[in-house]
Design a protein around this ligand. Structure first.
Ligand code: GDP
Ligand code: MG
Length: 455
């Protein structure tokens, strides 16, 4: 259900638990009146200017509930673009919970998840791409993800889409003008200039499509799956990478039955490390299910660390098959157990000893360097790109690209201007879906449900 901006909404905007402060946020036409109903300060907030802070107490059910600072925002100069009040209460859930109760008793209703940001979008304070950046920022678990979200929030992506839109409108405008005078058989538009504009737009769209993978790796992290035969030392390597004993290590083959995940920060980028069950032909029961899961994990991996027991000299023969099974995935062969006698490093592999690395993490440096290198170009491109498409944008971008390409072909083969304009309108529609110029409740619901209550 889309937000009804005639209603005034309220929620606790901060995380629960013991804390210094807790913020109750109120927004909507009656926001200031609702707070005035329970706030006792020197002056009434209804008389206050925007961007002013007021100390006072909140009273409810005949008693003082908390001492607060109320910050007043006047429309349109607030996050939501509406009249709004932020009550900075003491932390901990009880006082702020009762402050919220007081505000709800005076005309506000409880906000739904993401409803403040939805209002910011509805009231034109930000477009849909920026609203998504707010959610990305809240969910960011690495500096790289945070930086990308801030760039998007500041409007670099939106600007790029805006330029693209202008270029296409330019072409459609010219062509449509021509149509108005079609009886007179005039051509206003210089065909080669229009064609140039269209190939420029197509180039921009192509580059945007290509940012989806760097964007995903930045936001969600690089999926690094540790695979190999039982007892190769996969779980030991996982623990060494994390610097603590997360996975169970045992001499008994088949100990790891399910995949275990943990996060690792490398140079501000998130790497999600996944330990899997050992791959053994002929396994049955729970172990076989574990292997099926390992296989699924490898299919989703960005990088596979294929661990072989280099002292036993087994496992390397699996590698060609492995690389063939997961084309496009970087496979790094890790020759483990280098501390044991007779261990060697097969060509192209990285030698490590998980057992020694657990005692001295610097011993993992060569492996970490290979890991970084395997994704460096992608992550680099993410750092410099003004825009990083997400999965929602991808379909729209592809359809826009198809339409612009068709329009370009039609133009060059001398087809009539209205055919070209028709395709460009499709492309404009797709871009509008990304920025939110065109939306459905369904799409909004999906986007804003990712938010917390109070955001
Ligand atoms: N000597 C030596 N033993 C290791 C090394 N890495 C793992 N192991 C041992 O190999 C056995 C299997 O290890 P584990 O990590 O459970 O292997 P997984 O089945 O591949 O997860 C355990 O007894 C580990 O202590 C290593 O680098 N050196
Ligand atoms: Mg294991």
């Amino acid at each position: 259900m889309a937000t009804d901006v005639t209603e005034t909404i309220a929620a606790i905007a901060t995380a629960q638990g013991a804390a210094a402060l807790s913020v109750v946020r109120v927004s909507g036409p009656e926001a200031i009146a609702a707070v005035d109903g329970c706030f006792r300060g020197r002056a009434r907030l209804s008389d206050a200017d925007g961007y002013t802070a007021h100390f006072g107490r909140v009273e409810h059910e005949g008693e003082a509930v908390d001492q607060v600072v109320a910050t007043v925002f006047r429309a349109p100069h607030s996050y939501t673009g509406e009249d709004a009040v932020e009550l900075s209460c003491h932390g901990g859930g009880v006082a702020s919970g009762r402050v919220l109760g007081a505000v709800l008793a005076h005309g506000a209703r409880m906000a739904r998840a993401g409803e403040f940001t939805e209002r910011a979008f509805v009231n034109g304070k930000m477009d849909l791409v920026q609203a998504e950046a707010v959610a990305d920022l809240i969910h960011a678990t690495s500096t790289a993800a945070q930086r990308a979200a801030v760039r998007q929030l500041e409007g670099r992506y939106s600007d790029l889409l805006g330029q693209l839109r202008e270029e296409m409108l330019d072409v459609t405008g010219t062509l449509e003008l021509e149509l108005d005078f079609s009886d007179e058989d005039v051509e206003f538009a210089d065909r080669s200039r229009l064609s140039e504009l269209l190939s420029h737009a197509a180039g921009t769209l192509e580059r945007l499509v290509d940012t989806e993978r760097p964007g995903r790796l930045t936001r969600e992290g690089v999926r690094v799956v540790i695979a190999g035969r039982p007892n190769a030392g996969k779980s030991s390597l996982m623990n060494a990478l994390l610097g603590h004993e997360r996975a169970i290590v045992s001499e008994e083959a088949g100990t790891t039955r399910d995949s275990i995940e943990a996060d690792l920060d490398l140079d501000g980028f998130l790497f999600r490390i996944v330990d899997t069950a050992g791959l053994r032909p002929g396994a049955a029961g729970v172990e076989a299910e574990g292997i099926r899961r390992s296989d699924r994990e490898m299919g989703r991996a960005d990088v596979i660390l294929y661990v072989v027991d280099s002292s036993a000299g087994t496992g390397s023969e699996d590698v060609p098959g492995m690389t063939a099974s997961y084309p496009g995935t970087t496979v790094v062969v890790v020759a483990n157990k280098q501390d044991l006698e007779g261990a060697r490093v097969p060509a192209g592999a990285v030698g490590v000893s998980a057992v020694e690395a657990l005692k001295d993490e610097r011993r993992l440096d060569p492996l970490l360097e290979v890991l970084r290198k395997s994704v460096r170009p992608v992550l680099r491109s993410a750092e410099v790109s003004p825009a990083l498409a997400n999965a929602r944008h991808l379909d729209h971008l592809r359809r826009a690209l198809e339409a612009v390409t068709r329009a370009g072909l039609a133009l060059r083969s001398g087809r009539s201007g209205d055919l070209v304009a028709q395709d460009l309108r499709i492309a404009l529609h797709e871009i509008g879906c990304i920025t939110g110029a065109v939306t459905t409740e369904d799409v909004l619901g999906r986007i804003f449900s990712r938010f917390c209550i109070g955001k």
